[in-house]
Write a protein that binds this ligand. Structure first.
Ligand SMILES: Nc1nc2c(ncn2[C@@H]2O[C@H](COP(=O)(O)OP(=O)(O)OP(=O)(O)O)[C@@H](O)[C@H]2O)c(=O)[nH]1
Ligand SMILES: [Zn+2]
Length: 345
């Protein structure tokens, strides 16, 4: 078959949402609140009465009832413009436009396609809010079933080369997710013996910490601490492009702005409509399996990373704590990881 499969159409839909293009999901035509422009909003409105779907997290911030639990469908009043809709989706407006209500949330009808829309908006790393209408989809829109087709497409290695580093001699492998997704990296350092448990660090991208040396988190010192440990022995650094715990750098900067207003790292994510952690760590296990590694010594303080590895058939014979880079600027952030996110001492 030459045309796109359902999973490929889902990947295409992600791009459409980033572009500000509507997509068809089951009986709905919907678009991302962040990227939809005024003239397209009017074209959507011409199809019927509009609804905006938010996550339960965002609804809680707005004090709107979320009858569907994880999402809330809010009726869009006639005449509501993009400013009104953006204010619902984006907490940057919470202080400027404090009163958006009264909001009417829907109880009747099937939330499934809306849930799919929110999942796609998250995958597109835009604000998790979608505006839509129940209508026959106009020609040319990407069409998806109401339930997101999910088929595990394991990442494949696309290239690898020798890389001499300050920490030691390495080999960088580039993997690409199925469905044209992100690329992730595995750096093999020193002579890795697969017959023995391999020292592994599962690291998520942090442009601010890893590259800029930001003092708001511990990512940079953790990255370099792991590289140094592997240079002294050997090991594998998995570098996953899951910036901001999977919400992307733009949303992470939105979260930082909220943190400057006094919210902690978890509260900021929730106000934006995200869970505290949107990462899918199964990817790390998939990369290890591809590299023929099944027993590891995992450098982490995050019990979710250990549980995921074990659940995916990678034996964690030892957890190697990684406490580095604590300082006045990130102390509160690290404390919240311990008290709210369950990070280990
Ligand atoms: N959303 C959000 N993401 C953040 C914030 N600070 C750091 N991050 C991201 O958090 C992630 C930290 O990744 P890791 O160091 O791998 O993970 P961890 O869960 O802290 O676990 P360990 O370091 O292994 O103990 C990176 O993707 C950062 O970009 C924040 O305030 N908000
Ligand atoms: Zn960081």
């Amino acid at each position: 078959m030459l045309g796109p499969t359902a999973t490929e159409r889902a990947a295409r839909a992600r791009t459409d949402l980033r572009l500000g293009l509507p997509i068809a999901v089951g009986p709905l035509v919907l678009a991302a609140a962040e990227t939809l422009r005024g003239e397209r909003l009017e074209a959507l409105r011409a199809l019927g009465p509009l609804t905006i779907a938010l996550t339960g997290r965002r609804a809680a911030t707005l004090k709107a009832r979320a009858y569907d639990g994880d999402i809330a469908r809010v009726r869009v009043p006639e005449g509501a413009d993009m400013t009104w809709l953006r204010a619902l989706a984006d907490p940057a407006f919470d202080l400027r436009v404090p009163m958006k209500g009264p909001l009417t949330t829907l109880r009747a009808g099937d939330p499934t396609p809306w849930r799919t829309g929110i999942a796609l908006a998250k995958a597109a790393q835009v604000l998790p809010a979608v505006i839509g209408v129940e209508a026959e989809a106009p020609e040319g829109l990407t069409r998806l079933p109401a339930t997101l087709p999910y088929a595990e497409v394991p990442p494949t290695e696309v290239a690898a080369a020798r890389l001499p580093m300050l920490a030691g001699a390495g080999r960088l492998h580039v993997f690409r997710e199925g469905r044209g997704g992100e690329e992730h990296y595995a750096v093999e350092i020193g002579a890795v013996d697969r017959a023995e448990p391999v020292l592994v660090r599962l690291h998520s991208a942090c442009f601010t910490g890893d590259v800029l040396g930001s003092l708001k988190c511990d990512c940079g010192p953790q990255l370099h601490g792991a590289l140094d440990a592997m240079g002294a022995a050997s090991g594998v650094l998995l570098y996953l492009n899951q910036e901001g715990r999977g919400i992307g750098l733009a949303n992470k900067m939105r979260a930082y702005d909220l943190q400057d207003q006094g919210f902690d790292t978890v509260e900021a994510n929730h106000r934006l409509g995200f869970e505290d952690d949107e990462r899918d760590f199964r990817l790390g296990a998939a990369l290890l399996r591809r590299m023929g590694i099944t027993r590891i010594r995992l450098m982490t303080n995050n019990p979710r990373k250990i549980a995921m590895m074990e659940g995916q058939g990678i034996e964690v014979v030892e957890r190697v704590p990684l406490h580095v880079g604590r300082r006045a600027e990130n102390a509160a952030y690290l404390d919240v990881k311990r008290t709210k996110s369950g990070h280990l001492e």
